[in-house]
Design a protein around this ligand. Structure first.
Ligand code: DQA
Length: 145
């Protein structure tokens, strides 16, 4: 069955206990359950998290090779990883949707978070809505596929 890759970068494995005032108190397992409730019956949610830039890049190659749409929260890599940007560009250049998502609104936070090196190669960006950022990205993928 076709997958929708939901890829999460560094420190997002700590959701629930990490700065709940910023990121909310829900865990990644709870996010997976919410996405599972909304996924179309001919797709599965494949949610992953890593602290490792190389692993995240490898998952983007996998998206290209399996023609899977991607919901990507690059976490802190958002702000400086040109390697991740180049891998994300492979996904969108292949004609696949890649939605960059953020739980918080980085533009309302510290200056260094105002820059995303990923946005310029993403299909689009949804930020500031907690878990709803991911659910809106899933809606978008459903509308476009
Ligand atoms: C984040 C925002 C980033 O600035 C931060 O480094 C994260 C999470 C978000 O989802 O709001 O780890 O991507």
């Amino acid at each position: 069955m076709a997958s929708i890759l939901v890829l999460n970068g560094p420190n997002l494995g700590r959701l629930g206990s990490r700065e709940p005032d910023v990121y909310g108190s829900g865990t990644l397992a709870e996010l997976r359950a919410e996405l599972d409730r909304e996924v179309p019956s001919d797709h599965v949610i494949d949610l992953r998290q890593t602290n490792d830039e190389a692993e995240l890049i490898g998952w983007l190659y996998e998206a290209v090779d399996t023609a899977s749409p991607v919901i990507l929260n690059p976490a802190a890599f958002t702000h400086y990883s040109y390697a991740l940007r180049d891998a994300a560009a492979l996904v969108t250049k292949a004609g696949l949707i890649l939605v960059e998502v953020h739980l918080s609104n980085p533009h309302a936070r510290e200056e260094f978070r105002h820059t995303s090196v990923i946005s310029g190669v993403a299909t689009g960006v949804i930020a500031g809505f907690g878990f709803d950022s991911y659910l809106l990205a899933l809606d978008l993928i459903k509308r476009r596929s």
